[in-house]
Design a protein around this ligand. Structure first.
Ligand code: CP
Length: 311
């Protein structure tokens, strides 16, 4: 693996999942692979899980970790040929090359604007780092993808499934704020590469990018979609077609114990209780969100391991 920007960068998903499960059982099995190597993590946005699990993963491999919250640094310019006489202080051309001298791997979190669709879809922050950095890049959630979360989700379903082909449902949920489509996009993409029966359910107007959903089943009827589900992954996202807009806050889409049936409940976290999902689900044995968050470490560790082996 040279970079981990998108799901397609995983060379062999089934092998990668097996490796992540091995690392979960033996987190320090290759604790010298990253000796004298440095991971620099750059956060343009907040994080709890991604930040701590990726740092833990790197340390399990013996790496040194440096973290920079971009709000504490200079404001970056991303456009070429700009006269920088306004608010930006440092061009990404210099910044990415300078950071590359301190890092063996750079990981970046940069959310979308949710206002300018072409700009978001160009992945301008992540791709600028890829263009100008001289070391591998890891995506810690970009405008349109969250591949570390998706790999975690694939590991979690593989670990806990009691069936060869479990029924997996991605169900939209209400939320007061406009959220990115990144988690949903990457979840759909990785599930399309696993032996699962996937259905997406959401209100009209919340269709994800059809280039991502492709032929995946989509239902506007949540009850129908949830029937006989083994895993229910709940997530809010803002509209893709009416870009970045909150079209519905309909609380009927909140996940309840009754609707969940016998399925296991998944969510990437953070989650708003009694808006996205009721307490009775999160506090039940059917919720696997804590195990899911634990698996973030081993998904990050397997990605770092694969990149380190190719340095
Ligand atoms: N799921 C996830 O990416 O969590 P954080 O935003 O806390 O990193």
């Amino acid at each position: 693996m040279k970079n981990y920007i998108k799901i397609k960068d995983i060379p062999d998903l089934s092998e990668t999942i097996k490796e992540a499960i091995f690392l979960k059982m033996n987190p320090l099995a290759i604790s010298s692979l990253g000796k004298h190597k440095t991971l620099v993590m750059l956060f343009f946005n907040s994080s709890l899980r991604t930040r701590l699990s990726t740092e833990k993963a790197a340390k399990n491999l013996g790496m040194t970790v440096m973290i920079l919250n971009i709000k504490d640094s200079w404001s970056f310019e991303f456009k070429d040929g700009t006269v920088m006489n306004m608010n930006t202080s440092e061009h990404i051309k210099e910044a990415a090359q300078v950071i590359s001298q301190y890092a063996d791997i750079i990981a970046v979190r940069a959310f979308p604007t949710l206002k300018d669709k072409p700009k978001d879809e160009s992945e301008f922050v992540l791709n600028s780092f890829k263009r100008y950095a001289t070391v591998p890049i890891i995506n810690m959630e970009s405008s349109i993808a969250h591949p570390l979360q998706a790999l975690t989700d694939a590991v979690t379903i593989s670990e806990l499934s009691e069936k060869k082909t479990p029924k997996v449902v991605l169900s939209w949920a209400p939320h007061p704020k406009a959220l990115p489509q990144a988690v949903a996009n990457s979840f759909v993409e990785i599930m399309q590469n696993l032996d699962v029966d996937l259905t997406i359910t959401h209100p009209k107007g919340y269709e994800l990018n059809p280039e991502i959903t492709k032929h995946t089943k989509i239902s506007y009827n949540q009850d129908d979609a949830l029937k006989d589900a083994d895993f229910v992954y709940v997530k809010n996202w803002s509209s893709y077609t009416n870009y970045g807009k909150v079209l519905s806050k309909d609380s009927h889409w909140m996940m309840t114990k009754e609707k969940l049936g016998n399925a296991k409940f998944m969510h990437c976290l953070p989650v708003r209780r009694n808006v996205v999902v009721e307490d009775a689900v999160l506090d039940s044995e059917q919720s696997i969100v804590i195990q899911q968050a634990n698996n973030r470490t081993y998904a990050a560790q397997v990605v770092l391991k694969n990149i380190l082996e190719n340095l």
